[in-house]
Design a binder for this molecule. Structure first.
Ligand code: 5GP
Ligand code: ZN
Length: 114
């Protein structure tokens, strides 16, 4: 997807502060953090949203969540807790259409969100 900003971040064409990467995903700091830690974890493979996920994405989706949990442990807020968010399509508040997992930690969160 040549016009996708997250594909450009993966390619290094747009700079980002990477905190983790492997063969399946890349994690980097959100440009507009909503918590002391606010990362985005994205698959290297472009797909638009959770609504476009297919059964072949099963391993990738699981990997994104396990990566979020591992980063939370590494950053030291796993026991206190954290929030994982996948905004999906218009009503879900999605603004970038390359599937991504938000990992937010370092403060309490409330439910339901707005
Ligand atoms: P969404 O609203 O789609 O769930 O989340 C998109 C997120 O991407 C937002 O939290 C926004 O701050 C972040 N974002 C948008 N553009 C950039 C960028 O160029 N670099 C980084 N690091 N984050 C971005
Ligand atoms: Zn993309």
């Amino acid at each position: 997807m040549s016009d996708c900003i997250f594909c450009k971040i993966i390619a290094g064409e747009i700079p980002s502060a990477r905190v983790y990467e492997d063969e399946i995903c890349v994690a980097f700091n959100d440009i507009s953090p909503q918590a002391p830690t606010h990362l985005l974890i994205i698959p290297r493979e472009h797909f638009d949203s959770l609504a476009k996920a297919e059964s072949r994405h099963r391993e990738t989706l699981g990997h994104l969540l396990l990566t979020a949990a591992a980063i939370a442990r590494e950053k030291g807020f796993a026991e206190d807790g954290y929030r994982v968010v996948v905004n999906t399509n218009r009503d879900g508040g999605q603004t970038v259409y390359h599937l991504h997992v938000h990992l937010l930690g370092g403060r309490p969160f409330f439910f339901p969100p707005g």
